[in-house]
Write a protein that binds this ligand. Sequence first.
Ligand code: G3P
Ligand code: CA
Length: 263
Amino acid sequence: PATAPDALDRSAVRVIAHRGSSAALPEHTLAAYRLAVEEGADGLECDVRLTADGQLVCVHDRTVRRTSDGRGAVSAMTLAELGELDFGSWKSPQAPEPSPILTLAQLLELVADAGRPVELAIETKHPTRYAGRTEAELLRLLRHYGLLPSTPAESSVRIMSFSELSLHRIRRAAPAIPTVYLLERRLPLLGRTKALPGGAGIAGPGIDLVRANPGLVTALRRAGHRVHVWTVDDPADVELCLELGVEALITNRPRDVLTRLGR
Ligand code: G3P
Ligand code: CA
């Protein structure tokens, strides 16, 4: 049998802050992303959704119920309506300042002003609903901020999705942007085939899947795929991913993971 691919150099592993430094501060807020940059994260992960008036905002759930003091679906609210809500107090009732909705444009500004290179891993949420408008607006913003690469190697941005359709749309419109196919359940043929669903260049399994099937990562790497895993907070999971040669760890606790990596 073929031997497993080598583990990667620990110093080369990328640490990506999942929704910002979101164990410490409310997810998808400017404060959580600023903290992740201060803590030395290599990159920032965020989920994007389209508002009723076509703006991309950084929200994970379909509705604002869990992470704000309001109610309703993001897609049914305008940016101005979302701007009335506080996205901080659900996690930090004593927060000194309210945390307004974060737009993708504001996150791109933060990255532009970070003073050092910061990668972005942007996930399109439920994009099938919007007939390509999510991807079109995402690419428009990336172009505006000078983040559309000519080659995958020079890109500081990756676009991730559980949706093959969304990844296809991105690859058709901007083939140089690296894309990540996210998966939660084992796909039996994945790893044996050369191509990933959606034409993605990178596989993004969840840590539960990796724990249950570590051979999946080995198979994916043998097939020549890069592997990025979410959400890796536990020290044992960090070690497992390092052994398996995972290239990027997406974590709610970027400082702890960096410390484990000796950085
Ligand atoms: O980084 C990918 C990961 O965030 C996907 O799951 O539910 O946290 O968006 P979820
Ligand atoms: Ca996500």
